[in-house]
Design a protein around this ligand. Sequence first.
Ligand code: HEM
Length: 336
Amino acid sequence: MFVNSDNYIKYLKLWLITLYLLIILMVAVGGLTRLTDSGLSITAWELFIGILPPLNINEWNFYFTQYKKIPEYQNINYGMSLSEFKIIFYWEYAHRLLARLVGLFSLIPLIFFSLKFKDSKFYSNKYYFIFFLVCLQGFIGWYMVSSGLIENNDVSHFRLSVHLSLALLILSLIFWFILEVFRVRKFHIKISNFLLLFILVLIFIQILLGAFLSGLDGGLIYNSWPDMNGSFFPNDVKFYEVINSQLLSNPSIVQFLHRSTAYLLLFFIIILNYFYIKQKYDFKYLLFFDVAILIQIFLGIITLISGVDIKYASLHQLGSILVLSSYFLILYKNSS
Ligand code: HEM
């Protein structure tokens, strides 16, 4: 059967880029949902019946009554008015609506591709893995929300970090596929994979720590830089606390680790720059990444000093996409 592969590649590119942008939007809305403390306003999973928002006062009262049953309302937002509730409701609603859109958009074009372009030599079933990860992300999102509905005032910061990390992983995978379909040229002479992978692991640890920090509201303390309220190490932490198992649930320690990992990362990136210059590689790709890291560190510092001003915190979250994508560009070009 004759298959026009040009059309297929054109649609595939369009689909991947649109999906990439949609998921960035989704991360931004998810971040703002968290920063406005709106994430627990819808207390049920409601995959299908939640497509429409409440349409009359009875429905609004129903959702508000459900919200009043959870600890966040009783301990933090007690006395909140219905109009205040509507604001947090709409943030979470927008996040979930976008999630459904991403779910459909990661599947329907694929079904079309498999029906129409299956015989193209460029066709691959691997793109279904994106759909699988998007579905998994939906389950993890609910798993995260459920951790804040019964005993706790907020969701588990561990689950939040899994949710954010998976979103960034999906984005990185789509970005990799985009580089493939655009046939971005690879480096002729390769850089040491050991150093590149080591930096990737550090970036990953840094993102996890950042998500722990935001989940613990740890950006609201020690709002000074480069010191932590006058000292190098947080002064409300005792030495034995550093070695106990609650290490990653202590906001002061997590903030200290997040700061320190940024410096460690910077140190190894300087080494990477040194190798790059010494071997006379094409510097512009590393420059994208260098700029992304510097912007990210700058945004992290102003997020902290401003006491987590929403606009800086949201930009700092989105900055991690820039860091990862610019780094994946180098990894891709270095791959065989
Ligand atoms: C290499 C650099 C860095 C990366 C990749 C990074 C990444 C992240 C990520 C992914 C988050 C979670 C965002 C969210 O869930 O909304 C975060 C949170 C945070 N980061 Fe960083 N970060 C970096 C450097 C820094 C630095 C140098 C500082 C300050 C000295 C900083 C301060 C913060 C603060 C205060 C938060 C919590 C913000 C909130 O509650 O929304 N970060 N970071």
